[in-house]
Design a protein around this ligand. Structure first.
Ligand code: 13P
Ligand code: SF4
Length: 301
């Protein structure tokens, strides 16, 4: 029996659903039950009927699945797969901002640790941040941890007062205006589709800005045949599956998240065999971090 057959048999026997983010390797996306962006995956995690979840992504994604389903067992192929941005705000800073702006809403990108979520009012993902922020009654918004997404949302919601934090995604931050200019010279007919974790100078040059699944939807419904993709190259798998006749280029070499790439077919199989490593969190943390996630699911409906 080959590895994929073993995975299929084990997940059925153990009542496991496999969720995967668009940034993991294409071979892993191919074996998952559902592949999606962060928002779709958190909605799925809140509704799947299976008793157990195997989350192919980075730590904050597995944690969110656990927070939304405390009674389920959530396992991850590699628990060390972590998002550096998820740690890029100090709890002390949140407390300080709350003191300075007593009516502030602390808006927390899901790319954050459970502890950071537990000090926040509402979570957002890149596909619902504008919608959620617009619906909040608060004028003052402290947007954590990502500075780039915050700047992007602030431009779309000028009626609010934003307090910015200085977190960033190291992979998206590496993409510069110069890379875009060079890529556009090489592929003048291509449209530029960009993730909002990129810097402002890159967003300004873009034809479309959206989450991973919004980028895939845009490319799939566009009449254009060539695209420059300014995000992690894991999305190329689904882009190519859905659009075999279209051409997708990265804007620079190495648009790769090393943590997402820690997930492999081999460690998916091992995790299913051993039923570990498990995402373990204490009940109090789960309860505190649950409220902002549930609030997001409500406001983003
Ligand atoms: P999406 O919300 O577009 O899925 O991307 C979030 C992300 O950076 C995952 O690392
Ligand atoms: Fe974090 Fe960036 Fe990797 Fe997404 S791509 S998991 S934001 S480091």
């Amino acid at each position: 029996m080959d590895k994929i057959q073993k995975i299929r048999r084990l997940k059925k026997e153990k009542d496991v659903v496999i969720l995967a983010h668009y940034y993991v390797d294409g071979q892993v996306q191919a074996l998952a039950d559902y592949v999606g962006d962060s928002f779709a995956l958190s909605k799925l995690a809140a509704t799947v009927e299976h008793h157990n979840i195997l989350f192919c992504g980075v730590r904050f994604m597995g944690e969110s699945a656990k927070i939304l389903n405390p009674e389920k067992t959530v396992i991850m192929p590699d628990i060390t797969a972590d998002c550096p941005m998820a740690h890029m705000v100090e709890i002390e800073k949140i407390k300080e901002v709350r003191q300075m702006f007593p009516d502030v809403a602390v808006v927390c990108y899901v790319n954050s640790t459970a502890e950071i979520k537990s000090y926040s009012d509402v979570c957002v993902t890149s596909s619902n941040a504008i919608q959620v922020v617009k619906k909040l009654p608060n004028k003052d918004i402290f947007f954590i941890p990502d500075n780039h997404l915050a700047q992007y949302v602030a431009k779309q919601v000028p009626e609010k007062h934003f307090i910015f934090n200085d977190g960033f995604c190291p992979i998206h931050k590496e993409i510069t205006k110069q890379h875009i200019e060079d890529a556009k010279k090489k592929h003048p007919k291509a449209l530029l589709l960009t993730h909002p974790e990129c810097m402002q100078e890159v967003l300004e040059a873009s034809d479309f800005i959206g989450s991973t699944s919004e980028i895939i939807d845009y490319a799939s419904t566009s009449d254009c045949k060539e695209f420059l993709i300014a995000t992690e190259t894991g999305v190329f798998y689904e882009l190519q599956q859905k659009n075999p006749e279209k051409i997708f280029y990265s804007v620079r070499d190495n648009q790769i998240c090393p943590d997402m790439k820690k997930i492999t077919v081999d460690n998916v199989l091992t995790a299913l065999e051993r039923f570990e490593p498990e995402v373990v969190m204490d009940a109090e943390m789960i309860e505190k971090a649950n409220a902002p996630l549930v609030q997001m699911l409500e406001l983003a409906k």
